[in-house]
Write a protein that binds this ligand. Structure first.
Ligand SMILES: Cc1cc2nc3c(=O)[nH]c(=O)nc-3n(C[C@H](O)[C@H](O)[C@H](O)COP(=O)(O)O)c2cc1C
Length: 467
């Protein structure tokens, strides 16, 4: 079989993910592998049509395509995202259509599932049969268990191609939605009360996104900064070099850092506006997000209200919604709202933008952040364990932050609690006591809350006095 590997890593041959491919290649000498370095060579492919055609020829000649990529910001690197966009722009789908495909990622398992869902959906949009996904931790290759599973995974992929296995589509096609939006005039402006409002966008002139951005900006009575992310003068995508790990300094010396410091850092209310392209926003937004990796794993949006304006069919892309929400909440911001133009009804869109304006200011004044759910709680534990477990040797800036903010919060150091739990556990081994505790289990769970509930009225009164 001829296997074409589309490699998403900007690191080219030195990609960790590619080492997993090399492992498979050695294990299956009867099959031939050709690598398309989408992550490394995307600029060349954009500028040199022959380079693009050569890449596409490899896809066309293959029996199966493997997307092998690192996970970047819960998706794929901006460079691979651009490759996927180019395939759409240059009508390259027939080269992919009908082929079997699989996804192989390396990561620290932080939102690897959303990267997989994205590539799965894209594969189906390209008319391919998605036979499976493999998510490896970036250091798994040394483990025998991983080696064995990789071999089984790839054997299964070959089997799917050989037997022309029937595979059902998982993700619905993305519908076209109405492009028009003409806002009505006269909505009352929301007093920003001195809060700094920043709207970042990548709107094309005359687009719905641009109209929505302008409308929202007009709803805030007070200064609003509206900035195009393309003005951050990025010279390229994140290189994955991790040199920023030591002291949060990126190897690029372009305008990105100044743009971040001028617009993101001072914002109390940060609105990000984008237009759906394939199953994410633009590759420019993806590259912009990747470049913010210089912040490491600290919650870089802490204390902010974040909102989104999305032009396009977001309701059909729950995976994108999950990524957008997590981008805000993992950064410890509060998600003030997401407004789309999906309804096509200008009054409804105006009302939603008005609600976003007023909610963002209200929540900012209240310093409100909604409680964490599974992705934030789980995600931070992954960061904590990874940084503590080894990354802190070179992610020194993260280590300093985690230490100074008490984020190495493993319960292991709480000796009184550990001793108490152990004693209590021994105590419960006494049959009579265990029986009694079991009988009152449910009541005991809520007993500690009684006093707190008594005080709730006092707290609510105090809160309302504070406004
Ligand atoms: C810009 C950037 C963003 C990343 N985002 C994620 C992420 O969202 N989730 C995750 O688990 N790992 C993330 N990682 C870690 C990489 O996925 C991991 O190091 C991967 O193994 C690198 O593979 P490569 O050498 O093939 O590029 C990120 C790394 C970089 C540089």
């Amino acid at each position: 079989m001829k296997i074409c590997v589309i490699s998403g890593s900007p690191k080219g041959e030195e990609s960790i993910t590619l080492q997993y491919v090399r492992f498979i290649e050695r294990a299956f000498p009867d099959h031939t592998f050709s690598i398309v370095h989408a992550g490394r060579d995307i600029r060349k492919m954009e500028q040199d049509r022959e380079e693009w055609d050569r890449a596409l020829a490899r896809v066309r000649e293959s029996d199966g395509v493997v997307f092998a990529t690192p996970v970047y910001f819960m998706l794929v690197p901006g460079q691979l995202k651009r490759f996927i966009e180019l395939a759409g722009e240059r009508d390259a789908m027939p080269a992919f259509s009908g082929k079997y495909t699989a996804t192989l990622t390396t990561s620290i398992h932080f939102f690897d599932h959303t990267a997989h869902a994205y590539l799965h959906g894209i594969s189906e949009d390209f008319g391919m049969n998605h036979a499976g996904s493999y998510s490896a931790h970036m250091q798994d290759l040394k483990l025998e268990d991983c080696q064995e599973r990789l071999i089984l995974f790839f054997s299964d992929f070959i089997d799917a191609i050989e037997k022309k296995r029937h595979i059902q589509r998982v993700f619905l096609p993305i519908p076209q939605i109405s492009r028009a939006y003409s806002p009505r005039d006269g909505s009352a402006a929301v007093d920003t009360g001195g809060k700094r409002v920043v709207i970042l966008h990548d709107a094309e002139s005359g687009s719905v996104q641009e109209t929505m951005v302008r409308r929202l900006a007009g709803m805030y009575a007070g200064p609003v900064t509206v900035a195009d992310i393309r003005d951050s003068m990025m010279r390229g995508g994140c290189l994955g070099c991790c040199r920023c790990a030591f002291d949060n300094t990126c190897v690029y010396n372009d305008g990105f850092r100044e743009f971040w410091d001028a617009h993101v850092v001072p914002a109390d209310i940060l609105i990000m506006a984008g237009t759906i392209r394939d199953r994410y926003l633009s590759a420019t937004w993806k590259q912009w997000n990747d470049r913010s990796f210089f912040n490491g794993h600290v919650p870089a949006l802490e204390g902010k209200q974040v909102g989104y304006i999305v032009e396009g069919p977001l309701a059909h892309l729950p995976n994108l919604r999950e990524v957008l929400v997590a981008r805000a909440t993992i950064g410890k911001a509060h998600l003030a709202g997401i407004v789309t133009n999906e309804s096509g009804d200008p009054d409804e869109i105006d009302a939603a933008l008005g609600a976003l304006a007023s909610q963002s200011v209200k929540f900012s004044e209240q310093h409100y952040r909604s409680p964490d759910t599974f992705p934030e709680v789980g995600g931070r534990k992954i960061f904590r364990d990874e940084i503590w477990g080894g990354m802190r040797a070179f992610f020194k800036a993260d280590d300093r932050y985690f230490r100074s903010h008490g984020l190495y919060d493993f319960p292991t150091k709480n000796y009184p609690e550990r001793i108490g739990t152990r004693l209590f556990s021994l105590f419960l081994d006494i049959p009579g006591i265990r029986k009694n505790v079991e009988k009152n289990m449910v009541a005991n769970m809520i007993r500690p809350f009684r006093e707190t509930i008594e005080k709730s009225k006092v707290l609510a009164t105090r809160r309302s006095k504070l406004g």
